[in-house]
Design a binder for this molecule. Structure first.
Ligand code: C5P
Length: 259
């Protein structure tokens, strides 16, 4: 205030958000899938993205190569880590596995909703209890239907007698009842899930492609802007960022459409 008195009057600036603050806020909603074949590759990618505000996901492939130690290394670089192991086993085994994985303090873990109510409830209880003991609030997500599974395969191979959307919704409702914090689902189902499950339930959505980028093996995609508008809480984005010549720039560019 004293400083201001000594300066010539400046016109008031319009209340314009700083652009980099804005994209930092948006980057918090991005979970970059580190689907890479080893520690060296994963850490190189993470170093490129460090400081951007995004989160990272360690999936089965990278976990199979490097084990849980990598989670600590990614956390040391400042990343909240989604450990995407899609657990599915008898309730006692899943509960004990969740407790063991919490020693590495991932921000998010996931289980298959098709494991049923008791499996999910015991996993959620174990996760929230272990998180509280460690002084943080991890989140447990449920896998609804894999995006590689179409309605026809769901009916013919798995004998599911309702539509894909109805099945996703039923699994997500069960997950919420069992105490999970959210689900992983296609952004296409996000409006339905958001409406049915309320504003606080996390919707983590893969199958995101910035306008003009390669589909890879994703069949039905939404852009980042469309996914946010559909009610997604977090967007899982892999190859459009990790296979870009300049991943940091690719991350920044995904918001051009939203701006
Ligand atoms: O396709 P992209 O590289 O962006 O994939 C990011 C994540 O999306 C993967 O780690 C995987 O979990 C998920 N995925 C999916 N359906 C596919 C391919 C990948 O849900 N067909």
């Amino acid at each position: 205030m004293a400083d201001k008195a000594n300066k010539p009057d400046e016109p008031d600036k319009p209340d314009e958000p700083n652009k980099s603050d804005k994209s930092d806020k948006l980057n918090e909603k991005v979970i970059v899938a580190l689907d890479l074949p080893g520690r060296k590759e994963a850490l190189r990618m993470a170093e490129t993205l460090a400081g951007s505000g995004c989160r990272v996901k360690v999936g089965l492939e990278l976990y199979a190569y490097e084990g849980p130690r990598l989670i600590g290394e990614l956390k040391d670089l400042g990343f909240p880590v989604f450990l995407d192991l899609k657990l599915h086993d008898i309730p006692a085994t899943v509960e004990r596995t969740v407790r063991a994985l919490l020693n590495w303090e991932p921000e998010m873990l996931d289980v298959h909703c098709s494991g049923g109510y008791e499996m999910m409830a015991r996993a959620a209880e174990a996760l929230h209890e272990a998180g509280a003991q460690r002084g943080y609030e991890p989140k447990l997500l449920g896998i609804t239907v894999l995006t590689s599974m179409g309605e026809e395969a769901l009916r013919r191979e798995l004998g599911v007698g309702v539509t894909l959307a109805e099945h996703v919704l039923a699994l997500a409702r069960l997950a919420k009842r069992a105490g999970l914090d959210g689900v992983v689902a296609s952004a296409r189902e996000a409006p339905l899930l958001r409406q049915a499950l309320g504003p606080d339930f996390l919707l983590v959505t893969p199958g995101i492609r910035p306008p003009g980028s390669a589909l890879n093996d994703q069949a039905r995609v939404l852009t980042p802007g469309e996914a946010l508008a559909a009610g997604s809480s977090y967007l899982v984005i892999g190859r459009p960022i990790t296979r870009a010549d300049n991943p940091r720039r690719a991350l920044a560019r995904i918001w051009e459409e939203v701006d």
